[in-house]
Ligand binder design. Structure first.
Ligand SMILES: NC(=O)C1=CN([C@@H]2O[C@H](COP(=O)(O)OP(=O)(O)OC[C@H]3O[C@@H](n4cnc5c(N)ncnc54)[C@H](O)[C@@H]3O)[C@@H](O)[C@H]2O)[C@H](O)CC1
Ligand SMILES: [K+]
Length: 502
């Protein structure tokens, strides 16, 4: 079970908390560690200054009291403002309110007067309804001001820890300190903009609890998959033979995808396209094989060659029954297949026909519009992870929903959130490159979910390596460089620390 990359939902985090306590870790110590971690992050980020701690009625507020106590012990001028009655606090929050030997003022708009730093400990994992009332007014006032900086405890109050949606109002934080593992809401929706820098701190919950929780969501990264690396006995026929079904007129998409697949390491790459278009593909890349397919029979004949072990349909295919018919004729062969662009939109009138035909490993790579066409009932109002997981389960395929935060879900419930994509990726042809990269990794035997996750991460990592005016043509080579860097074990000598290997 992967540990470092886990994203824990609010419920899973609560279970982690409970498992730690069952295992003998006092809950009060978890709160003390949480407060200490946040205090340490604050003191690393700012010089002592007038700090206002906004405490809520639950344990998020309890963390706030710990932070107030620790900052004051370090000589910081601290005031506490509490939402609700102090004598209604319960459990660990009440204990820590008791350990705070300073005044506790009621939460009101005056709380922000003179503040040079605000600690937002109003609501965390227990947010249960839209923030309104005085808490809403204070957060709105805070959001309206460029200063003072805000440090959010666990989550910016008002942010849904599971979805990244805002309930009522929320104030953007310069820094968010969360505990044990990040939540999906930290990286989805409005979470990234509201959280500012995100610090994830251990608070004494043993990582072994993850084995009991089995979190289904994770932050995408190289820890989750291993890229194929050719061995000494490998040759082009052992590194897979990928096929791009190229368009008759819009050949650019297929050419981009072909280059990406090869740059990911596919041993052989064939472009299957109508005869009239083949010269365009052939002259584009001498290393590409070209197969004329002018009839369904030509496709049948070509696919009798079992060495053609990974297929990509969609780029430049054109939307319509002819594309749908080709997809439906190919899927029963159950070869690892990527369906992109028109291979998806051609089923907008009958998504079920596509899903019923899926029997082998398939990766679908819709953008938001294509997703809505195939899954009209799964709206953006849903929890993003739940939404894409439902799509994957319904389709019986890996679904990679492209966006600023790309989500990769498998029919078995696994979901990865990819967070490294820069805005520069919003350029023509970028999706064709991504589809080709997945194809190239599938051809080398990577399982479908891992191939999609790895390609998504390399797509972002490659874009960061590209020039300021990134275009899709830059991506395949940049992704290959990112793959080399991700796959290369660090040079042991670079691990020297104080003269000893560590
Ligand atoms: N292992 C951990 O994750 C730890 C987490 N800690 C902190 O505990 C909070 C979660 O505490 P909890 O008491 O469950 O919830 P909150 O403090 O977030 O708030 C619940 C409290 O607020 C009321 N409420 C909810 N929504 C609203 C609203 N819109 N308006 C008004 N009141 C609202 C609700 O009724 C409750 O009374 C977690 O975030 C961490 O910060 C532990 O300290 C350490 C271990
Ligand atoms: K908070």
């Amino acid at each position: 079970m992967q540990t470092g990359g886990a994203l824990l939902t609010v419920a899973e985090m609560g279970r982690a908390d409970a498992l730690a306590v069952e295992g003998g870790v006092p809950s009060l110590s978890l709160m003390e560690h949480a407060g200490f971690a946040a205090t340490r992050a604050i003191r690393r980020g700012w010089m002592p200054r007038r700090t206002v701690v906004l405490c809520g009625p639950g344990n998020n507020g309890g963390d706030g009291f710990v932070i107030a106590r620790m900052l004051r012990s370090a000589g910081w001028p601290v005031t506490v403002h509490l939402l609700g009655d102090r004598d209604r606090l319960k459990g660990d929050a009440a204990v820590n309110a008791g350990r705070w030997h300073g005044p506790v003022a009621p939460l009101d708009l005056g709380a922000l007067d003179g503040a040079d730093l605000v600690v937002d400990a109003l609501f965390g994992a227990g947010l249960s309804r839209p923030v309104d009332g005085v808490a809403g007014s204070v957060l709105s006032a805070l959001a309206a001001r460029p200063a003072p900086p805000v440090v959010a405890v666990d989550v910016p109050s008002g942010l849904d820890g599971d979805t990244g949606q805002v309930w009522g109002t929320a104030a953007p934080a310069a820094l968010t300190v969360t505990f044990f593992r990040p939540k999906p809401g930290h990286v989805l929706g409005q979470g990234p903009a509201l959280c500012g820098d995100l610090a994830v701190s251990d608070i004494g919950i043993p990582a072994t609890v993850l084995d009991a929780i089995g979190p289904a969501a994770c932050l995408n990264g190289p820890a989750l998959w291993s890229l194929p690396r050719p061995g000494a006995r490998d040759h082009k026929y052992t590194r897979g033979h990928a096929v791009v079904f190229g368009g008759a007129t819009m050949t650019g998409a297929g050419r981009l995808a072909a280059r990406a697949a090869r740059r990911m390491g596919a041993g052989l790459l064939s472009v299957a396209a109508p005869s009239a278009a083949l010269p365009l593909y052939a002259q584009d890349a001498p290393g590409v094989l070209c197969r004329a397919i002018d009839s369904p029979g030509d496709v049948e004949t070509m696919l009798e060659d079992a060495r053609l072990n990974a297929l990509l349909l969609g780029p430049g295919a054109g939307r319509g029954p002819h594309t749908a018919a080709r997809v439906l004729s190919i899927l029963p062969r159950a070869r690892p297949t990527v369906l992109d662009a028109d291979a998806l939109t051609s089923f907008a009138d009958d998504p079920g026909a596509l899903f019923e035909a899926i029997t082998g490993p398939v990766v679908m790579t819709p953008h938001e519009g294509e997703f809505r066409a195939l899954f009209p009932d799964l709206t953006k109002a849903d929890d993003p992870l739940v939404r894409v997981r439902a799509a994957a389960a319904r389709a019986g395929a890996v679904v990679l929903l492209k966006g600023p935060r790309t989500i990769i879900a498998a029919p078995d419930g696994r979901a990865g959130v990819n967070t490294n994509a820069p805005a520069a990726l919003a350029t023509a042809g970028s999706g064709d490159v991504l589809a080709g990269a997945i194809l190239g990794l599938l051809a080398q035997g990577m399982p479908a979910w891992e191939a999609a996750a790895a390609a998504a991460w390399l797509h972002g990592a490659g874009a960061h390596r590209g020039p300021p005016g990134l275009i899709a043509e830059d991506l395949p080579d940049a992704m290959a460089a990112a793959a080399a860097a991700a796959a290369t074990p660090p040079d042991p000598l670079s691990q020297m620390h104080n003269g000893t290997l560590c």
